[in-house]
Design a protein around this ligand. Structure first.
Ligand code: CP
Ligand code: NVA
Length: 304
């Protein structure tokens, strides 16, 4: 049993196991692995994919999901996170948490005695990126050596991609406007994780040269809504549009974790075009969430 807080905590064999297991659950979705077990979902931010894929994954594994909005809990009235974590650990078998600060997630993990699974923080989104690595393996079989160009804001998605790319041996290029680069600790930590290559290229047209994959995400993550106008100006040259795909490989794959802000970070034409695999990404969240739950909750530790 273990917590899943970041991609960077995983080894290459662990990521490979999760991908293989997601492929298995895609073929055989129903199991009794979580029979009579209850998993709490604490979401402080909006969610469509993570909440739904988690709830359905738990049901398919024979378990019982319990959605908990922090506004409905005594947390709202001042019960401490530490006390809440201790109490919830006495009823539940795992927690999936979406929150703001990554330190808050770490605090939950520290005080809970059951596995805590990251459902997104401001800094990381491991469940999304593990699922995306699975989607890429389905399409390209091998991750090692793939050139993935991330264009836009160096947010939670970019951070988890940087870690995933490092561990799996990908060439990750980040193209961002000045002042919107990744967290330096994530970058320096990723350098120690594997043999992937990470580089930066502020010009998106140069960055995508020879790209196997172009990945983008919103310019305004949850919690940054007050910066929307300023960000729209700073990111205007970083839209993933048809002309940008021309320098990439002819069979380039376009990825987005969704939700997309059509007409901002990505055009309708690209999003709905032949290179886009964004809805396959969304679909794969479900079997990968099953794999993650199994890995984190396997008491025998035989999974990983
Ligand atoms: N990609 C993703 O995590 O989507 P949600 O915010 O809808 O969960
Ligand atoms: N970077 C986005 C991802 C949403 C799934 C956000 O944090 O809002």
């Amino acid at each position: 049993m273990f917590d899943l807080l970041t991609v960077g905590q995983l080894s290459l064999p662990q990521i490979e196991w999760l991908i293989a297991r997601a492929a298995f659950y895609k073929q055989q979705p129903v199991s009794s692995f979580l029979k009579a077990r209850s998993i709490g979902l604490i979401f402080e931010k909006a969610s469509t994919r993570t909440r739904l894929s988690s709830e359905v994954a738990i049901v398919r594994l024979g378990g019982h999901p319990i959605f908990l909005s922090t506004g409905d809990m005594q947390l709202k009235r001042g019960e401490t996170l530490a006390d809440s974590a201790r109490v919830l650990s006495r009823y539940l078998d795992a927690l999936i948490i979406r929150t703001y600060g990554h330190d808050t997630l770490k605090e939950w993990a520290y005080h809970a005695t059951i596995p805590v699974i990251n459902g997104l923080t401001d800094l990381h989104h491991p469940a999304q990126i593990l699922s995306d690595l699975f989607t890429l393996v389905e399409r390209r079989r091998q991750l090692k050596g793939l050139k993935l160009v991330y264009i836009g804001d160096s947010n939670n998605i970019a951070h988890s991609l940087i870690e995933g790319g490092a561990i799996t041996g990908m060439e990750v290029v980040i193209s961002h406007p000045e002042g919107f680069g990744p967290n330096p600790e994530v970058v320096s930590g990723a350098a120690l994780l594997g043999n992937g290559r990470l580089s930066f290229c502020p010009d998106p047209i140069k960055a995508v040269k020879g790209a196997d994959v172009i990945y983008t995400d919103t310019w305004v993550s949850m919690g940054q809504e007050h910066e929307e106008d300023q960000r729209a100006k700073r990111f205007s040259g970083y839209q993933v549009a048809t002309h940008l795909l021309e320098g990439a490989k002819t069979d380039v794959l376009v990825m987005h974790c969704l939700p997309a802000h059509r007409g901002h970070e990505i055009t309708d034409e690209v999003m709905d075009g032949p290179h886009s695999i964004v809805f396959d990404q969304a679909a794969n969240r479900l079997p990968m969430q099953q794999a993650i739950l199994e890995a984190c909750m396997d008491e025998g530790g035989s999974c990983l």
